[in-house]
Design a protein around this ligand. Structure first.
Ligand code: GLN
Length: 202
């Protein structure tokens, strides 16, 4: 396939612009996805951080929820950060009762897991497969992963402190998810990893 895959960023709500910038820097043709037509024109999709309850509501309103589920089921590579991780989980704890998901990763995540007193923090993490030094991870009202199925590869866990061992980055085939926000750091290694995944699966 061509060397600059077309990768969309789901633009219902959340940190769209930052992901577009990181994807472009990582060698993709990045494109905001607002409609079915946009969805049909891409080879991979980023689901940004933001608020998963709002994203769910807007996806239903705009008629995008089922098409997103179908794109995922047909093998489109997707990367979810924070709220996007929640959207890609097969099971979510502390979701709103009417909240819907795309699903696809055999994991259980907990919304707003880190608690209100540490709403937002930064931590250097070892992330498998991205090469080089540790990754500066920004967490904002982040979910964590509580359980994963046998096909899920754990890419990163918190290494120290009271939450040591907590899973914060995973991959299952063409699906990648992080509890944190790589688009806010200027470090494009996770986006570059996703561009490679899109090339591999498109
Ligand atoms: N707490 C948000 C949610 O449940 C996620 C926060 C984020 O994406 N920064 O969707």
């Amino acid at each position: 396939m061509n060397s600059a895959p077309i990768i969309g960023v789901l633009a219902l709500q959340g940190g769209v612009r930052e992901h577009l910038g990181s994807l472009t820097a990582a060698g993709a043709q990045a494109k905001a996805v607002h409609s079915l037509g946009d969805l049909a024109s891409i080879q991979g999709l980023v689901i940004p951080g933001g608020e998963s309850t709002v994203m769910s509501k807007l996806a239903i309103q705009d008629g995008l929820l089922e098409p997103l589920r179908q794109a995922r089921a047909s093998g489109m590579a997707m990367f979810g950060s924070c709220a996007g991780m929640i959207m890609l989980a097969n099971q979510v704890t502390d979701a709103r009762a009417d909240q819907e998901f795309i699903g696809g990763i055999d994991m259980s995540v907990r919304r707003n897991a880190f608690g209100s007193q540490i709403d937002s923090f930064e931590m250097d993490l070892e992330v498998q497969g991205i090469g080089g030094v540790s990754f500066p991870a920004v967490f904002i009202r982040a979910p964590w992963v509580e359980e994963v199925g046998p096909e899920v590869q754990i890419l990163s866990t918190i290494s120290k402190g009271p939450r040591a061992g907590t899973i914060v980055a995973v991959q299952q085939g063409p699906l990648l998810a992080t509890s944190f926000h790589p688009e806010l750091t200027g470090d494009i290694r996770i986006h570059a990893t996703f561009v490679e995944i899109v090339r591999q699966y498109a």
